[in-house]
Design a binder for this molecule. Structure first.
Ligand SMILES: [Mg+2]
Length: 374
């Protein structure tokens, strides 16, 4: 049954409180106050619907929406289960703007909607369609550990997260003062005790020497990983750091094309690879990266977007982590279940998501293509 209609929406979803990571502390970006989202809703003539989405922070979603508007009509009449064929067709339509970045992130919303639709047609959660290894995934919390939060608040939120079933805590580092980073981190480790999984995220703010110095200073803290210690594209630097330190290295969230992530794998630059479905162009390219990461015996801990990544992490051979950030939650009716340090894979078909009625309040733009021309 062919695709009968495609609808794209552009949304600005406010955050409860603006947040700051090291990119703000070092003056490179302003605090993040909203999340910009591109949605894609695909319907077939027999009444099935797929929902997908992509996102950006600070800039980019208007361009994604414009690209989706240009290529969206090509979907009409296509068999939605032929995801590879459709992805290829849309990629070639936008070949002039390349295979990474804004154009492929627009395709991500379409690709996710097609996978959602396919799993719904099979009557399976997406994780099971892809071949699930488990029904839940370890989950850690990031939202309590931003740099604008005083340390007492970070500790209090960590305690609350753990009481609510979260399995690990991540805090931001990478401030201009490394001493301040170390003071905050040590305080959190002392507060949590040795048994609680703890990660840090420097959001690319160190040079190679600074990252090595920090890494050596925290070897005894038993961190699960040090995230984005260096510039996202410094694959060689990450490889040197990973070889020099016992503490595992994680990165990959900023990379917007498959070859950039494959380079991290090839150079053994990470212990935990952190791809992001919307940023890398959808589930189809993500699966290529995940297969290569598995072949290299790496952990995969996808970045943000827990609503999609809980399925993909459940379908990855090694039990790793998903990141709990609730920024997208207001867009959807459903809530993910967390208990005992793990996030349950929803047992509803597809991603198990429907757009919330109140999402309309945040919609800035919309376009629809219909096979019947109406
Ligand atoms: Mg990060």
């Amino acid at each position: 049954m062919g695709i009968a209609s495609v609808r794209f929406g552009r949304y600005a979803v406010p955050l409860a409180r603006p947040v700051s990571d090291a990119k703000v502390a070092t003056g490179r970006q302003r605090p993040l106050a909203q999340l910009d989202v591109l949605t894609c809703e695909i319907a077939t003539a027999d009444g099935l619907e797929g929902l997908g989405f992509s996102y950006t922070t600070r800039a980019g979603t208007p361009a994604q929406f414009a690209h989706a508007r240009e290529v969206g009509e090509l979907l009409l009449g296509e068999d939605p289960s032929g995801i590879g064929r459709i992805y290829d067709r849309l990629s070639w339509a936008g070949a002039s703007v390349g295979r990474s970045g804004v154009a492929t992130q627009a395709l991500a919303a379409i690709d996710v909607a097609l996978w959602d639709l396919k799993a719904k047609r099979a009557g399976l959660p997406l994780a099971k369609l892809l071949g699930a290894y488990r029904d839940s995934v370890r989950v850690y919390n990031t939202s309590g550990g931003y740099l604008q939060a005083p340390i007492e608040e970070v500790k209090e939120k960590a305690t609350r997260s753990l009481a609510g079933g979260i399995g690990g805590i991540k805090i931001k580092v990478g401030q201009p003062s490394m001493g301040e980073d170390l003071r905050r981190l040590t305080a959190v480790r002392e507060h949590l005790g040795d048994g609680v999984p703890l990660m840090v995220d420097a959001n690319q703010q160190w040079d190679r020497a600074g990252a090595l110095r920090f890494g050596r200073a925290v070897e005894d803290l038993g961190l699960v990983w040090i995230e984005e210690p260096l510039d996202a594209y410094d694959a060689e630097g990450h490889a040197q750091l990973a070889a020099a330190l016992d503490t595992p290295i994680a990165t990959g969230e900023m990379l917007t094309g498959v070859p950039d992530l494959v380079r991290l794998i090839d150079l053994r630059a990470v212990d935990f690879l952190q791809p992001d479905v919307p940023r890398v162009g959808g589930i189809t390219p993500y699966l290529k990266v995940a297969a290569l990461a598995d072949h290299a015996h790496l952990q995969v801990a996808p970045h943000f977007v827990m609503e999609i990544h809980v399925h993909l992490a459940a379908a990855y051979p090694r039990d790793s982590w998903v990141e709990h950030i609730e920024w997208l939650s207001p867009l959807f009716e459903e809530r993910l279940e967390i208990a005992g340090g793990r996030m349950a894979v929803p047992d509803r078909p597809g991603l198990g998501l429907t757009l919330a009625g109140r999402a309309r309040d945040w919609r800035l733009d919309e376009v629809e293509f219909r096979a019947d021309g109406r």
